[in-house]
Design a protein around this ligand. Structure first.
Ligand code: ADP
Ligand code: MG
Length: 589
């Protein structure tokens, strides 16, 4: 009896496991499959990316479908088109020996008519993204009132992406007595909340530590100065000539910018983000899958569902907004039994986040140094030697050999090798010979901005700012790049931030007369000079939103700045590469 047979799978499914070369079930499969086959139960299953969750719900679901009926009996909801297609593809492989089973994928970015037609032909299983599913229910094409099994795949991602209301609405069209199976890599409290709201007494399966990273991933961080981020990225790429990586940035804008710079610098790179059309994204993914792209620069949202198994490195160009997201990023590597490395470029002001991530992934980061220019030259040279050694002689060059021999035949072997290597070596050597040191010594990690001023601003969490969005907002308005603005602490109705000394004047000037959405924005220097200095005028605690009272601002008259935020961002877009501190040039008014 095969290991899969012992789980209770039927003959056609066993045949499929054999065809696909699955030798034994993964842990989540071993736990979920018998449970779901034997009973009608709700289930919450938590397991890392790459642990085979699709088969854990896919096999039992297929086995439970009555193929004699054309009613939709199973509904799988997944966050992205890519995942939706991937799940559909997997399920079709699992059910290749099951006759009469129709699985239809419905997702945005493709013709709705085609999908509607497929549904009308009868689909016992629908695999859907939330938006398109709602649409098709609304059109009366998707009928899910007889659904017996509903799977929420990558539930954490769906909630991250704001699909809660859509899911609620879709589920409201399904019968109450169906079984709901929720699969997720992490269990943030929002997922626990859906489990509570939509499920009855769910069984729970947890594989590994609830939130821990994939087993085969090593986590490394590189302490750098934020203004050297891009140079550091290049060095990581140069030090890993065979790199096949996803580089994560926080915003679409950075994603695009970094990809463009890499391409300009001669790397096989491309951007993947939500401003690209579906067509463009498909092309990028195709080139990535076929290894034509070595560095895929992506936003978190766009990278969801990247199902490429041999990614060697995940590079966190910037850390994610929500540190939980780090798990998803690093889970893109170390898949399918391979090992991977997740690298993080951190500036001093972010280093405390590393500790927070370590708690979540339950693993320690290695503090690493970027290789020096000369180390990179050596790596590249040896890489070239290896490549030459492994290259088979191409017979097609035969006709040209006499001419080549004529010009090179006189050199002895050693000279020839040296010359050939110099061609490649000089490129790197010339670039790196005067390269500066990028590593920042790690001393007590407090020193960010030894000379900085702390400011108070009268917007906060009540205005829907998080420290991250407020930081972006301020850096944008003040045109401060990199590390020049830091330690943003958002309280209820006010916040604090530090800027390095050269920017202080600009902060004061910019906010002298500033309204946003008709509201006066007040910014004032606090008396706190340093991160740990005493003598604070305003207490940083008090998230209740208590505002300091003494403010001259009330006397200032109304300014007329109510250009909206998104416009400002748009305008700034192109200025990406200007040197830091274009201070004198006022952009506004
Ligand atoms: P998850 O949804 O947990 O991220 P997937 O279901 O996408 O993981 O599976 C990851 C990969 O592992 C897929 O390529 C899948 O075909 C493969 N896989 C799944 N189960 C097994 C198994 N029992 N043996 C070998 N490979 C498997
Ligand atoms: Mg999955």
């Amino acid at each position: 009896m095969s290991a899969f047979e012992a789980l209770g799978l039927s003959a056609p499914l066993l045949q499929a496991t054999a065809d696909m070369g699955f030798e034994k079930p993964t842990e989540v499969q071993a736990k979920a499959i018998p449970l779901l086959l034997e009973s009608e139960t709700d289930l919450v299953a938590l397991a890392q990316t790459g642990t085979g969750k699709t088969a854990a719900f896919g096999f039992p679901l297929i086995q439970k479908i009555n193929v004699k009926s054309r009613n939709t009996q199973g509904l799988i909801i997944a966050p992205t088109r890519e995942l939706c297609l991937q799940i559909t593809h997997e399920l079709r492989s699992y059910s290749q020996h099951v006759k009469g089973l129709h699985i239809v994928a419905v997702y945005g970015g493709a013709s709705v008519q085609g999908q509607a037609k497929d549904l009308k032909n009868g689909a016992q299983i629908i695999v859907a993204t939330p938006g398109r599913m709602k649409d098709l229910i609304g059109r009366g094409v998707a009928v899910i009132k007889n659904v017996e099994y509903c799977v929420l795949d990558e539930a954490d991602e769906m909630l991250n992406m704001g699909f809660y209301e859509d899911i609620k609405e879709i589920l409201s069209h399904t019968p109450n007595d169906k079984s709901t199976w929720l699969f997720s890599a992490t269990m943030p409290k929002e997922v626990a909340a859906i489990a509570k709201k939509f499920m009855h007494d769910p069984q729970e399966i947890t594989v590994g530590n609830k939130n821990s990273g994939a087993q085969r991933v090593d986590h490394e961080y590189y302490l750098i100065s934020a203004r050297d981020r891009y140079l550091a990225l290049k060095r990581l790429a140069d030090a890993n000539p065979n790199i096949f990586s996803v580089v994560f940035c926080r915003t679409k804008r950075d994603t695009q910018k970094v990809a463009e710079m890499l391409i300009e610098d001669g790397y096989n790179a491309a951007a993947l983000h939500g401003d690209l059309s579906q067509n463009q994204r498909d092309l990028v993914m195709k080139s990535f899958r076929t290894n034509q792209i070595q560095m895929l620069v992506a936003t978190d949202v766009a990278a969801r569902g990247i199902d490429v198994d041999d990614i060697t490195h995940v590079i966190n160009y910037q850390l994610p907004d929500e540190i939980e997201t780090y798990t998803h990023r690093s889970g893109r590597t170390g898949r399918a039994g391979k090992s991977g490395i997740s690298m993080v470029l951190v500036s001093k002001s972010e280093i405390r986040k590393i500790k927070a991530i370590e708690k979540i992934i339950q693993k320690e980061f290695k503090a690493k140094s970027l290789p020096t220019g000369m180390e990179i030259c050596e790596i590249q040279l040896l890489h070239l030697a290896e490549k030459i050694e492994q290259t088979d002689v191409n017979a097609e060059i035969e006709p040209y050999v006499p001419a080549i021999m004529e010009s090179l035949g006189a050199f002895d072997q050693e000279t020839l090798i040296k010359k050939i290597f110099s061609v490649e070596f000089s490129r790197f050597f010339n670039y790196y010979k005067n390269a500066k040191e990028l590593n920042v010594p790690e001393v007590g990690n407090v020193s960010a901005g030894g000379n900085s001023t702390r400011f108070f601003i009268n917007v906060g969490a009540k205005d829907d700012f998080s420290w991250m969005t407020l930081k972006d907002f301020l850096k944008d308005i003040l045109q401060i790049k990199d590390d020049g603005l830091f330690k943003v602490d958002v309280k209820g109705s006010f916040s604090f931030f530090n800027v390095e000394e050269p920017h202080v004047k600009r902060v004061l000037e910019t906010f002298e007369d500033f309204t946003l959405d008709g509201r006066r924005i007040v910014v004032e220097a606090t008396t706190e000079k340093r991160r740990k200095g005493g003598g604070k005028r305003f207490k940083d605690s008090g998230s209740k939103g208590k505002q300091p009272r003494t403010r001259k601002s009330d006397k200032r008259r109304g300014g007329k700045f109510n250009d909206d935020f998104s416009n400002k961002r748009g305008r700034k877009n192109r200025s990406g590469n200007k040197p830091k501190g274009t201070g004198g040039k006022r952009r506004r008014r």
